[in-house]
Write a protein that binds this ligand. Structure first.
Ligand SMILES: Cc1ncc(COP(=O)(O)O)c(C=O)c1O
Length: 437
């Protein structure tokens, strides 16, 4: 069979044409976005939900599917940046939410759900004896940093270039004026020698080393086991708290990515899907560290948050973990994600284009080159035009994921959803293989 005739001379032409088609095909969403722009800057209240030329507005979701205002249906491979593990409107979660709502909102007291969820998490995570809840992963990380500072009596936090721990803990490029004003030292991800040297030099001021065991928003780049083990060893020797941000990666097994790797931090932060789809965050550690927050003790740290134990997050989170995301299910999802990743990479290889898919388990990142990726800063920069082109083409085929190339699997998906994604991905690559080489 001859090659498909190419209609575009350049990537820019192709992207322009696909963007125009996108606007034409989504008139109601376009109007909705323009209207929203009158009241929210760029029509947006969460930066990561913006993409070019504009984001479609979703009317609703069911199972693994989303429907937008113009009536298009999508298989949801964004999965709310990993918070949508259970898909949309899982019946058990909906029942739990109804029960929680019928039982009364804003009780202003301990409620029956929070201990169940706390117990469930403590039982699953080897490194967590006790836990506290927050409203977001960002808050969980802020509290973990505070705990490390209070516990060690030191003030500086090591983070990694390209890391992301929330809206005020953003270490992607340069420093954000929105960042919380902690003294930080930035280390190179996956660089054992460089990072250990920095830790040794600064051991007397470092309270904690905060790391995503797989850099998520920075491109789904896993840390090597050796790198994490070396951090574990040196932080123990130097009296520094090792903090794993498992807000995304905790879905790698019942006990998180730490369980899969057999490397355990002092403090773990959680978020996303663990609230069953409601707002959620948590930080947990051993009894010694968590005792800092015990209000029955003199001089304990006051950890505030009106909605920390809100019944919706507690009930949905507990139901999700105890009834749906069992240990076996977590392992199956991980394996499914690994298989899907290698199948996408097979398609890329077959079509001989400069792309690759990285990630861990059910969280995947698409890169626009084929060089090995071990560090978000030294990795070749993403070709944003290529990512946009593939994204808009995949949306036209009925699949959503983040334009920057981030995708997740969720429990509501059926094998046919993954098959259809692969077929569409292959078609899109074939259509533009001259531009993607
Ligand atoms: C690794 C990681 N940590 C923390 C956060 C912040 O969580 P939240 O958006 O709930 O504040 C995110 C969000 O994407 C994340 O990916």
């Amino acid at each position: 069979m001859g090659k498909i005739e190419k209609k575009h001379n350049s990537l820019r032409d192709a992207l322009e044409r696909v963007s125009e088609e996108f606007i034409t095909n989504n008139p109601i969403s376009y109007e909705s976005w323009k209207n929203a722009s009158g009241f929210m800057p760029g029509g947006n209240t969460r930066t990561v939900l913006h993409y070019d030329p504009f984001p479609v507005t979703m009317k609703g979701g069911n199972g693994a599917c989303l429907e937008d205002l113009d009536g298009h249906h999508y298989i949801d491979f964004l999965g709310e940046y990993s918070a949508g593990l259970y898909g949309h409107s899982n019946s058990e979660i909906v029942e739990a939410l109804k029960e929680a709502i019928d039982g009364g909102l804003v009780l202003g007291a301990p409620n029956q759900w929070e201990t169940k969820l706390a117990e469930e998490i403590c039982n699953r995570f080897n490194s967590i004896d006790q836990i506290r809840f927050t409203n977001s992963g960002t808050e969980a990380n802020l509290m973990a940093i505070g705990a490390a500072r209070a516990y060690t009596g030191k003030d500086t936090i090591m983070v990694f270039e390209g890391g992301y721990h929330g809206g005020v803990l953003y270490f992607k490029s340069g420093s954000s004026p929105l960042n919380a004003p902690y003294p930080v030292i930035k280390a190179p991800y996956n660089d054992i020698a460089g990072t250990l040297a920095l830790i040794k030099q600064n051991a007397n001021i470092l309270a904690g080393v905060l790391i995503e065991p797989m850099i998520g928003s920075g491109g789904c780049i896993p840390a090597s086991t050796e790198f994490l083990q070396s951090l574990r060893d040196i932080t123990k020797d130097c009296g520094i708290c090792l903090i794993f941000d498992e807000v995304m990666t905790s879905r790698s097994s019942a006990g998180g990515l730490q369980e899969r790797l057999g490397i355990y931090p002092d403090i773990t932060t959680l978020g996303k899907y663990m609230g069953g789809g409601a707002s959620f965050g948590a930080f947990g550690a051993n009894n010694d560290i968590m005792a800092l927050f015990d209000p029955t003790k003199a001089n304990s740290l006051a950890h505030a948050g009106t909605f920390n134990n809100n019944v919706m997050s507690m009930a949905a989170g507990y139901t999700g973990l105890s009834k749906l995301f069992t240990s076996d299910v977590a392992d199956q999802l991980f394996d499914q994600g690994e298989k899907f990743k290698s199948e996408l990479n097979d398609i890329i290889k077959k079509r001989d284009v400069s792309l690759q898919v990285t990630g861990v388990g059910s969280i995947l990142g698409l890169h626009t080159h084929s060089e090995p990726v071990s560090n978000p800063v030294t990795a070749q920069p993403a070709n944003l035009e290529k990512l946009k082109l593939i994204h808009l083409e995949m949306m036209a085929h009925g699949f959503t994921y983040a334009q920057r190339g981030y995708l997740t699997l969720n429990l509501a998906m059926v094998p046919g959803d993954l098959e259809r994604f692969k077929i569409a991905f292959d078609e899109v690559i074939l259509k533009h293989d001259d531009l993607l080489s």
